[in-house]
Design a protein around this ligand. Structure first.
Ligand code: PXP
Length: 244
């Protein structure tokens, strides 16, 4: 199973100061050294985290699979066809949302999504649709002729009682099975973390997981002790220099 590491929130920290660090491009190198099979970024219309420059540089630097999460808008399709990520994952996008809230609505205007998928595929880009774990959405994705679906695991991740966790897990499992049976590649993601990933990773039909927030959060904690120690050493060294 492939792991795509979503680096949006490295860019979120950078954009909080509109500065140069932390650079998601540097983070991509480290993530790949750690075993990431791919790097995932979401270039949003409002550019709240990942910037166009990041995507261009990532295209050069990433050695595994570069997966661009994007809305199916003319602007994003043009960018994708220029930068040529290995994979595009079409997601719904609303400015007010904190993060992607639900899967794509494939019922209202499937022809528009189909046009986007077809443009991307003609550009040689493997295209996935981010969908809720609903049989109807899986069937619609098949009709649209997407290469893959990414099953939204957010409802599973947010479930709290044993009963609702197992109900949501069932929905993801069934959607994955159906998608594979219909010939779609199966990915999953959103809200996965170090405690809830096991059950999803055990679903045999799922070929790729995209995980971001939990990994970037863990990296802060695993790296913070060392970062503070290094700053203390710098300060101490400056104080011990002659004339200090
Ligand atoms: N997959 C999709 C389609 C997403 O929109 C996101 C969030 O950007 C993720 C996966 C990763 O979610 P998380 O950051 O919760 O791991």
């Amino acid at each position: 199973m492939r792991l795509g590491v979503n680096l949006d929130h490295v860019a979120t920290v950078r954009q909080a100061r509109r500065s140069a660090e932390p650079d998601p491009v540097g983070a991509a190198v480290l993530a790949e050294l750690g075993g990431a099979d791919g790097i995932t970024v979401h270039l949003r219309e409002d550019r709240r985290h990942i910037q166009d420059r990041d995507l261009r540089l990532l295209r050069d630097v990433v050695r595994g699979r570069l997966n661009l999460e994007m809305a199916a808008t003319p602007e994003m399709i043009e960018i994708a066809l220029t930068v040529k990520p290995d994979q595009a994952t079409l997601v719904p996008e609303r400015r007010e949302e904190i993060t992607t809230e639900g899967g794509l609505d494939l019922g209202t205007d499937p022809a528009a999504v189909k046009r986007a998928v077809s443009a991307l595929r003609h550009g040689g880009i493997f295209t996935a649709l981010f969908i809720d774990p609903e049989p109807e959405s899986v069937k619609a994705a098949r009709k649209i002729e997407a290469d893959a679906v990414e099953i939204h695991t957010g409802m599973y991740a947010n479930a709290r009682s044993e009963a609702s966790i197992s109900r949501e897990l069932e929905r993801v499992t069934h959607a994955a099975r159906l998608a594979a049976r219909l010939g779609l590649h199966v990915h999953a993601g959103h809200g996965l973390n170090y405690t809830n990933v096991d059950s999803i990773a055990s679903i045999p039909e799922i070929e790729e997981l995209n995980i971001g927030h939990a990994i970037v959060s863990r990296a802060l904690f695993t790296g913070l002790t060392r970062a503070v120690r290094e700053m203390k050493e710098r300060i101490a060294a400056a104080r011990s220099r002659p004339g200090a």
